[in-house]
Design a protein around this ligand. Structure first.
Ligand code: ADP
Ligand code: ASP
Ligand code: MG
Length: 916
């Protein structure tokens, strides 16, 4: 290892030192393409390439560095390129080599890859290609600041080199860099003077970013003792320009040159420049913007590599651009066609031309995140047999969505087009003549109109060309119009065979309709890999989110608004926080709190509030409370399929909105008793609406907190049982008081103790009055089918008549001992009869009555056995006649009440289709 690395190091050093005195071998650049420009200057500069700044020596044309054969120690066998599986290709995008630290990181990944042979394609450091284009732009606009911009380019690379290189490596790289910069300066000066840059000049300039990053990376890898050479791909990759501003690789010639290059530079690790190439005449060119992916794919094909790994800054190909759709998910696999369609329609994670070269040899592409090595990435390959078996789910048909902005639609319309051969060719001929790129075409089969999308910046020329081409047809009415619809975007859904699968397009258009998005044009390729729709530009993101969530969000994703973050509401939020991820992972239930509304302020979020921080966020980002806006926000997002409002207040006003909400399709979950115990007609209207619609209204926590009381009652009724009576201790407070009012204790003392322990309302009269119990009775009575008003329920209040008018709770508590004797008497009378006092609510279904009162029960009755603040409810029914069905347990407290609400939310999710 040591000796070979020594010899290669020597070889390398010599190569670099040759390089810095040489001009690229692409001297034809200056001879052919630039002739018109230089002719007017001087014939000398024409021959030499360009005029150098004063004081600089013109470099002599020389063989390019990486062509120099100095590895004389290498055997003939080693010099022959052994193509095939031993090679793996890696491509590192601009962000991967964006800083010195990152270049080092890339070097580490390359070193660690255990493939026998590696070819690494690198982009320019991030932003550098933009900077290089900017230089050209400035110089040809005669803007002097190109000089300082060039200094910035020099500074960026020089600083990076200082960070990662040292000694001779650093010196030789810097000398090469300075040399390149001074050439560029001269060239830009010439462009500045001419006020124009030819395409090949531009391509020559902008490709420098890759030259520098590749050299720096190879020097860093060499420092690790690795047998590594850098490749200027302009020496190997030969392409033919096409009429469409693209280039096509010439594989045969490139292979020939590669073999030659390899025989001169045999090694196990090659660091190659992305993006750049040459024409047959050795004129530098590029594979156009973002072309390094394409470079890597071509290299993969030339080497017949085992795999091409494209390293970037995201975990793989997402189902939609993650910057636009926060819910986007990583796709584990994509077929070549799917990847092509995704990239063609704007998923810039992959250059669209990357697919063809590798597909030819079935070489898989991996997309990996350099910043997250633990993510497995996306594999692009031929679909496996298993993929077909997996086609039960719509999601497998629709892999992803992509969008293209800044388009205009052109609509050529008229009755004279029908059945006239050649109309389409005349239209697109005219479009081709102005060099515009048609992105999609749609023609109604009636042939009355042909409509197509072109980039917005090209539409004027297209429209003018069509107007003039069809002047006569327009004048004599065969064509009615050539209309331009500006500000459009394309949204494409991509997936294997999606277009031929029933239901996929229906779901797609349904999602768009639900989001109130108008579709301007539709195209579906016969390839069946994509469905393309044109929408207004301002609708594009909304459309993307709507369709994405239709296919990717769980059906039981619920956008929730929590109203009333008091004790119960905030306990619920904390319970949601603790349970959300389990629900999502295990039951596919995705609960998103989109808003929290308090009495004064509200907190809104677009994608869901981070419940670990909801209290702080309320403080930081709270807005003035506004119920209407709140509801609109929670319900108005078009990408979450369901909305639920959770009313944790005890407010009659809020309860008054349930009807409107349900009518809008918003589900309601609440522990608030006001709606169900309010005026009967309103209650009946609400329930009627709920029954007609598929909108749900759950209120288990209105009675007995988390105890299953309403659901038990419903279960009995729905299975055909007949309720005879419901009797129960519905108040935790009153349960506590009477369970402890014994052994000679005074009533007022027990009340004071309950108050102290926090069992009562701040004013214990609110409990003792019995109205809260009456509300529960009315709720159960109505649930059992009785049409009663609250006023029909006689309530035996425990608040002594004279104390009802006390101004304060304190005064009431002070006065209460005066009435102890009355209570003691009742208690002793009961005791003497072997009974206890219990404060109960009763729904007498048989006699269609309800009552709330203090009753006496035998000591062996279940109600007499109660302890603490438990609730107990006995259902006497036709089936449970001899022995009532009893539900017993804690029926008050924030935790159990919030738990009751939570289980209603989950009930809602299961009604919406969550797995059990
Ligand atoms: P590189 O410089 O590594 O070539 P690019 O910026 O060209 O990186 O491509 C990666 C970017 O593509 C990501 O940062 C992401 O924002 C964007 N992108 C757009 N659509 C998608 C998609 N569907 N999946 C993944 N990334 C996407
Ligand atoms: N550096 C080139 C560009 O920014 C090529 C690439 O990174 O893919 O377009
Ligand atoms: Mg890219």
């Amino acid at each position: 290892m040591a000796s070979s690395s020594f010899s290669t190091a020597v070889a390398h050093l010599s190569r670099v030192s040759t390089a810095h005195t040489s001009l690229p071998s692409h001297h034809n650049l200056f001879q052919s393409q630039c002739r018109p420009f230089f002719l007017s200057r001087s014939s000398h500069s024409l021959r030499k390439g360009f005029t150098l700044p004063r004081g600089r020596k013109a470099p002599s044309p020389a063989v390019h560095a990486s062509f120099t054969d100095l590895s004389t120690n290498v055997s003939l066998e080693d010099k022959q390129l052994a193509k095939g599986e031993t090679w793996s290709v890696h491509k590192f995008g601009g962000t991967c080599v964006g800083t010195s630290q990152r270049i080092q990181n890339v070097a580490e990944i390359v070193v660690k890859d255990d493939s026998e042979r590696k070819l690494v394609v690198v982009s320019a450091m991030s932003k550098v290609t933009d900077m290089m284009y900017d230089l050209i732009h400035k110089a040809q606009s005669r803007d002097e600041s190109y000089i300082s911009s060039l200094d910035a380019v020099l500074e960026k690379h020089s600083a990076t080199a200082h960070d990662i290189l040292d000694g001779d490596n650093l010196a030789s790289f810097l000398s090469k860099l300075h040399h390149d910069i001074s050439n560029l300066k001269a060239m830009l000066r010439a462009i500045y003077i001419a006020g124009h840059a030819t395409e090949s000049f531009t391509d020559f300039v902008v490709g420098h970013g890759e030259l520098w990053s590749a050299q720096m990376l190879s020097l860093v890898i060499r420092k690790n003792g690795i047998d590594c050479n850098w490749m200027d791909t302009r020496d190997v990759l030969i392409v033919n320009p096409t009429s469409t501003n693209q280039v096509d690789p010439d594989y045969l010639e490139s292979e020939r040159r590669l073999e030659k290059w390899y025989s001169l530079n045999p090694c196990k690790v090659i660091i190659a420049t992305g993006f750049i190439a040459s024409t047959h005449k050795n004129i530098p060119t590029t594979l156009k913007r973002d072309g390094s992916d394409f470079s890597a794919a071509i290299m993969g094909a030339l080497f017949r590599a085992r795999q091409v790994t494209i390293w970037t800054d995201v975990d793989g190909v997402y189902s939609a651009d993650p910057r636009k759709v926060s819910e986007a998910v990583i796709l584990k696999t994509l077929s070549y066609q799917e990847a092509w369609e995704m990239s063609y329609f704007g998923a810039n994670v992959l250059h669209p031309r990357t697919i063809i070269p590798v597909m030819r040899y079935g070489i898989p592409i991996m997309i990996r995140n350099i910043f997250n090595l633990s993510a497995p990435g996306t594999k692009i390959c031929h679909p496996s047999v298993n993929d077909h078996e997996d086609m039960q789910n719509l999601q497998n048909y629709v892999k992803g969505f992509a969008t293209i902005d800044n388009l205009a639609l052109v609509n050529v319309e008229g009755t004279g087009m029908a059945g006239v051969p050649g109309t389409a060719s005349a239209i697109f001929g005219a479009v081709k003549d102005v060099g515009a790129n048609v992105i999609m075409i749609s023609q109604a089969s009636s042939e009355h109109s042909v409509c197509f999308a072109v980039p917005e910046k090209e539409v004027k020329a297209v429209a003018d060309a069509l107007q003039s081409r069809f002047r006569q047809a327009l004048d004599n009415g065969r064509l009615s119009q050539v209309a331009v619809i500006p500000n459009c975007s394309i949204l494409a859904a991509v997936g294997q065979k999606m277009a031929s699968t029933p239901g996929v397009s229906a779901s797609l258009f349904n999602a768009l309709a639900k989001a109130n998005i108008n579709v301007r044009a539709i195209a579906q390729g016969c390839s069946e890999y994509n469905i393309t729709v044109v929408v207004k530009r301002e609708d594009c993101i909304k459309a993307l989110r709507a369709v994405h969530s239709r296919f990717y969000l769980s059906r039981t994703t619920i956008a929730m608004g929590i109203i009333g973050p008091g004790l119960i509401g905030s306990t619920l939020l904390d319970q949601l926080r603790d349970q959300a991820s389990t629900l999502k992972e295990e039951f596919n239930i995705d609960l998103r709190v989109m808003g929290i509304l308090g009495s004064k302020s509200m907190l809104l979020s677009e994608a869901g509030i981070d419940l670990t921080r909801w209290r702080e966020l309320r403080g930081e980002r709270g807005e003035v409370a506004d119920l209407e806006r709140f509801v609109q926000h929670v319900h108005g997002n078009h990408f979450i399929p369901n909305t639920a409002l959770v009313d944790c207040t005890a407010d009659t006003g809020v309860a008054g909105y349930y009807y409107d909400w349900l009518r809008k399709g918003i589900h309601v979950v609440t522990p608030n008793k006001k709606a169900n115990s309010g005026p009967l007609d309103q209650y009946l209207r609400l329930r009627a609406l709920q029954r007609q619609s598929y909108t749900h209204y759950f209120y288990e926590a209105t009675v007995g907190a988390g105890l299953p009381i309403v659901s038990t009652l419903r279960g009995l009724l729905e299975t055909g049982d007949r309720i005879l009576q419901i009797e129960g201790i519905f108040s935790g407070t009153l349960s506590y008081i009477f369970n402890n009012f014994k052994d000679g204790r005074a009533f007022s003392e027990v009340v004071a103790e309950a108050k102290e322990a926090g069992y009562t309302e701040p004013d214990p009269r609110d409990d003792l009055s019995g109205t809260d119990v009456a509300r529960k009775v009315i709720i159960l009575a109505r649930e059992s089918g009785l049409k009663l008003e609250l006023s029909n329920i006689p309530v035996g209040s425990l608040v002594p008549e004279p104390l009802r008018g006390c101004a304060s709770a304190q005064e009431f508590m002070q006065e209460l001992p005066k009435f102890d004797q009355e209570f003691t008497k009742k208690q002793e009378d009961a005791e003497n009869a072997g009974e206890v006092l219990r404060y109960v609510g009763v729904v007498d279904v048989t006699n269609k009555k309800g009552v709330v009162e203090l009753r006496r029960y035998k000591k062996d009755h279940p109600f007499a056995q109660l302890s603490g603040s438990d609730n107990i409810i006995a259902f006497t029914t036709r089936r449970y006649q001899d022995q009532p069905l009893i539900v017993r347990g804690p029926g008050a407290g924030a935790q159990v009440t919030a738990g009751g609400i939570f289980s209603d939310i989950l009930r809602l999710a299961s009604y919406l289709g969550a797995p059990s």
